[in-house]
Write a protein that binds this ligand. Structure first.
Ligand SMILES: NC(=O)c1ccc[n+]([C@@H]2O[C@H](COP(=O)([O-])OP(=O)(O)OC[C@H]3O[C@@H](n4cnc5c(N)ncnc54)[C@H](OP(=O)(O)O)[C@@H]3O)[C@@H](O)[C@H]2O)c1
Length: 252
């Protein structure tokens, strides 16, 4: 058993990664901004699974706070064997309608934080010749859906390469590409989900279970469910304008 560091561990997919990895006996480092929520969750995890749980509150779009998390990943006295880059947000409006600062924060969280933590993790994991990294991307990485797709496409392309390149050093890297999952993601964005048909929704438990298994199997890309595997195949042949899908619409 090793230590898993999970970003965005306070809710949704990140919290589910924490539950499943704790149930497997891994110690945890939980990262997100909301300290009290993380601490409450840590108490629950410790009592349910009996594993060590460390809480590391950080806003990953803040340079100093990201550096503290990078420092934790680089700490050779307390090695991190599994890194899950999961923290993420969506922006409701079209690219030109969002304030530039929001777009910059969005890019930092999805790309800069993921890149910085992968950099730190790969340095120590390759030295130890073992490690696992899961970067949470999205099926949006395969279709043109604004700056969200662009950021998730970075995660997908980077993970594909890194898995091929670092497997020989004992490190497995997987881009996890879910479709719609029941989490707080859309609510936080203020987006209505009324127009998303029920069959398009996945449960976090399944997404995380399949992502962890695919990572252990050494797969570079994990697309949970047959439905979404099919959608991704279709996305390679469908005309770009059909792939765009409907606009994100506000609630109410
Ligand atoms: N839900 C979906 O349909 C779906 C589909 C495909 C991919 N994804 C991806 O899945 C990942 C997890 O999202 P989710 O669906 O589980 O959403 P969620 O329930 O809203 O969870 C997001 C997590 O990220 C943390 N977070 C947000 N901003 C942060 C920041 N600046 N610094 C550190 N932590 C931050 C949040 O905690 P704090 O607010 O406490 O910081 C929370 O723990 C994201 O990368 C998302 O893009 C989601």
């Amino acid at each position: 058993m090793t230590t898993a560091l999970i970003t965005g561990a306070s809710s949704g997919l990140g919290a589910e990664f924490a539950r499943q990895l704790a149930a497997q006996g891994h110690a945890l480092v939980l990262v997100a901004r909301d300290r009290s929520r993380l601490e409450r969750f840590a108490v629950e995890l410790r009592s349910r699974s009996g594993v060590d749980v460390e809480v590391l509150p950080a806003d990953l779009t803040d340079a100093d706070e990201l550096a503290a998390v990078v420092g934790r990943v680089s700490d050779s006295a307390r090695p991190v064997g599994i890194l899950v880059n999961n923290a993420g947000i969506g922006l409701l409006h079209d690219f030109d309608r969002n304030p530039l600062e929001d777009e910059v924060r969005h890019l930092r969280l999805h790309v800069e934080a993921t890149m910085s933590l992968c950099h730190a993790a790969l340095r120590s994991m390759t030295e130890r010749r073992e490690g696992r990294i899961i970067n949470v991307s999205s099926v949006a990485a395969f279709v043109p859906r604004g700056s969200y797709s662009a950021a998730k496409a970075w995660t997908l392309a980077f993970s594909r390469w890194a898995n091929m390149h670092y497997k020989r050093d004992g490190v497995l890297v997987t881009a996890l590409c879910p479709g719609f999952v029941h989490t707080e993601f859309h609510e936080r964005m203020g987006m209505t989900t009324r127009f998303i048909p029920p069959f398009m929704w996945l449960r976090a438990e399944r997404v995380v279970r399949e992502g962890l298994l695919d990572n252990l199997r050494g797969k570079a890309v994990s697309i949970p469910s047959r439905r979404y595997k099919g959608i991704v195949v279709l996305s390679h042949i469908a005309p770009a304008r059909l792939k765009q899908g409907p606009r994100r619409r506000p609630k109410g």
